[in-house]
Design a protein around this ligand. Structure first.
Ligand SMILES: Cc1cc2nc3c(=O)[nH]c(=O)nc-3n(C[C@H](O)[C@H](O)[C@H](O)COP(=O)(O)O)c2cc1C
Length: 336
């Protein structure tokens, strides 16, 4: 049973006012923004609980039945995805005037409880979340060819400015040599993953669930088929040109490499993506090279990141928007 209903379009939620009926209704309303977050393979590996009565608490749980145990063996991307949902929740909470306090993994005996968010009245948007709210329903991952247009230095600086957490860093580069190296390692990771029947089985499962938009899938399969079926320097160059069309690539890193820091890195990624959306920029995570341990080690060695752990790799630039959003499970399906 798929759980995805393409007819549900939660993206319109921005137009609705905050309900006044009850605190519970308000918290449920805010969660409608959380579920618009990006997630690895659009698995949406989250569940939420509200309460107990008398407290404005939202609990964010990992749904391990939606964990990609082949592509994401160390659960890094699961935690990043949960961080993205948490960040959307905080941006929306601040927009509607709530202050918030977050505790990560607040119950050491329960690893599925990833965060507890306590809301209270009287908050205002913090400097690094200002102006991001409208971008929540507008943001999407863009898989298309990016334009030959450099990202302006002020835009890059604005993206840097929203990454504020100690231990989390945003590395941005337009260096051709580095981009080519990242591209080579991405292609190698893609080919290795597609050669693995377990990886293909996992991917097929999520395709069957209807998690992907058609454009992502066609782009991905088309690229792989081209790489495998048309060897030779000309075809390889054409392929590389498509991948390298984005003028900038970025990496979010975190130290130490713990589940809590991975959730926080996910929050930073989502803020960068929202800021990029607000600036008219497109982004696409390209994490294959981080999913294959040997390739990840070489990538880490190739980039001047210092002693830290890369969490998320992405390309950045200008592109035509995607035709449609990827589907979301309705809030009712993820609210316990
Ligand atoms: C942790 C994480 C890893 C991701 N990795 C990739 C990736 O390697 N390649 C890709 O095309 N998209 C990747 N994505 C983007 C998701 O596929 C995308 O968020 C999801 O399909 C929902 O679509 P949307 O972002 O347009 O809302 C990743 C997203 C997250 C949060």
């Amino acid at each position: 049973m798929s759980g995805y209903d393409p007819k549900v379009t939660p993206w319109a939620v921005k137009a609705e006012p905050l309900p006044t009926t009850s605190k519970v209704a308000q918290m449920a309303f805010l969660l409608r923004f959380a579920i618009l977050a990006p997630s690895t393979h659009n698995t949406q590996p989250w569940k939420f609980a509200i309460g107990p009565l008398g407290h404005e608490d939202i609990f964010i749980y990992a749904d391990w039945s939606r964990w990609l145990n082949v592509a994401d063996a160390d659960q890094r991307e699961l935690h990043l995805s949960l961080g993205c949902a948490l960040e959307n929740l905080l941006v929306a909470a601040e927009h509607y005037g709530f202050a918030h306090q977050v505790r990560y993994f607040p119950r050491p005996v329960d690893e599925t409880l990833v965060a507890q968010v306590r809301l209270s009245e009287g908050g205002a948007p913090s400097e690094h979340r200002k102006g991001l709210f409208d971008a929540i329903p507008a943001r999407h991952t863009n898989h298309q060819r990016y334009a030959h247009r450099m990202v302006e230095p002020h835009a890059l600086a604005a993206l840097q400015a929203v990454v504020v957490e100690p231990g989390v860093r945003l590395f941005l580069s337009a260096d051709d040599e580095l981009r080519r190296r990242v591209d080579e390692l991405t292609i190698e990771a893609d080919l290795r993953q597609f050669a693995d029947p377990e990886f293909r089985r996992e991917l097929a499962h999520w395709i069957g669930e209807g998690a992907y938009g058609a454009s992502w899938l066609l782009a991905k399969l088309g690229a792989i088929a081209t790489r495998q079926l048309t060897p030779g320097p000309l075809a390889a160059r054409r392929d590389a040109e498509l991948l390298l069309s984005a003028p900038v690539f970025g990496v979010i890193t975190a130290t130490p490499n713990t589940p809590t820091m991975q959730v926080i890195a996910g929050q930073a990624y989502e803020r960068v993506h929202l800021k990029a959306t607000a600036l008219g920029l497109s982004m696409q995570p390209m994490n294959q090279a981080l999913q294959v341990p040997e390739v990840k080690a070489r990538l880490t060695g190739a980039l001047p990141l210092g002693p830290t752990a890369p969490q998320m790799l992405f390309r950045l630039g200008y592109a035509q928007p995607e035709a449609e959003h990827t589907p979301r499970r309705p809030l009712e399906a993820v609210l316990m």
